[in-house]
Design a binder for this molecule. Structure first.
Ligand SMILES: Nc1ncnc2c1ncn2[C@@H]1O[C@H](COP(=O)(O)OP(=O)(O)O)[C@@H](O)[C@H]1O
Ligand SMILES: [Mg+2]
Length: 281
């Protein structure tokens, strides 16, 4: 910390920087779920690229500080450019998407053993110090659950939309309801649900197997009075594309998952323009 400035001044400066950042970003979306492993990062990355393919300027903030997977899924291996003097961090560009994540800043395979305030501070810095520039959409891929990072992202990012990802089985839907209620309590104006891993597409016969069941996400959205954006099937190619760092909407454009992501991104754009969302709504 700079010795001659008191803490209040530094916080004020940081808040001003965040306001300047947000001023240049039209639509802010947080992607979360009550549970880990349901596909938040897969959904965030593919929706972000689907929006890029639709000619929007898009940023993706990896807000999963202890399990940052975005760089792996988009194939980023190098470090972002940091100017320590002015505390500027440049987002990393990959195939037209602007990305920031803790992952390249950490030694490989080392755990991030940080308590909540430090993790929240990292997210705050991703908003105050990263030079995002003008964007149509900024998506934040949040960690599982309803903890500190989710609160910080909601308070600092002022998202107009929350996307809650669930898989169809009851144990996931149960946690998803908590996430929807958290989004309601945080007064996020538009709350939507996506059902991921909705049916498994057999790579041999191409028929669908209801591995985790189907339709629970839509039903839950209806019951809770929130929007349902659509379902994404489980496909081997989608998993492989993520592991290889080439998201399915870029590498397997005709696959059912890629088509679902494209349809959902169109719905998001329509929903946002229909509700005429303002920058600080
Ligand atoms: N629709 C899908 N089809 C196939 N594999 C998927 C799908 N969605 C996610 N996965 C895989 O499931 C695993 C967990 O997904 P991930 O996006 O990391 O979940 P989360 O971010 O919620 O922890 C990853 O290996 C990912 O590739
Ligand atoms: Mg993740």
């Amino acid at each position: 910390m700079e010795p001659n400035k008191d803490k209040a001044k530094l916080i004020e400066e940081q808040n001003q920087k965040i306001k300047d950042t947000l001023d240049q970003i039209k639509h802010r979306i947080v992607v979360f779920s009550g549970k880990g492993g349901v596909g938040k990062t897969t959904v965030s990355v593919n929706l972000a690229y689907a929006l890029v393919l639709d000619q929007y300027k898009v940023g993706l903030l990896d807000a999963d500080i202890t399990g940052p997977n975005v760089p792996k899924m988009v194939g980023i291996t190098d470090m972002p450019w940091i100017d320590p003097e002015n505390r500027h961090i440049m987002p990393q560009e990959k195939e037209g998407l602007q990305i920031i994540s803790m992952a390249p800043l950490l030694p490989q395979n080392q755990p991030v053993i940080w308590r909540g305030p430090l993790r929240s501070n990292a997210i705050t810095q991703f908003l105050s110090d990263v030079v995002w520039g003008e964007l149509d959409f900024l998506l934040a891929d949040l960690p599982p659950g309803t903890g500190d990072e989710v609160l910080t992202a909601a308070q600092k990012m002022l998202p107009q939309m929350a996307i809650v990802v669930s898989t169809p089985q009851e144990v996931s839907l149960m946690d998803c309801r908590r996430a929807v209620n958290m989004a309601k309590q945080l007064n996020i104006p538009t709350i939507c649900v996506i059902e991921n891993m909705s049916g498994l597409i057999c790579p041999h016969c191409k028929k669908e197997i209801d591995f985790f069941g189907k339709g629970g996400g839509e039903q839950m959205a209806k019951e809770m009075g929130v929007d349902f954006l659509g379902s994404v099937p489980m496909e081997i190619d989608t998993r492989k594309s993520s592991d290889e760092g080439t998201p399915t909407v870029l590498s397997k454009k005709k696959s059912p998952s890629a088509q679902s992501f494209m349809d959902i991104s169109e719905k998001i754009a329509k929903l946002i323009s229909a509700k005429k969302m303002n920058r600080f709504q």
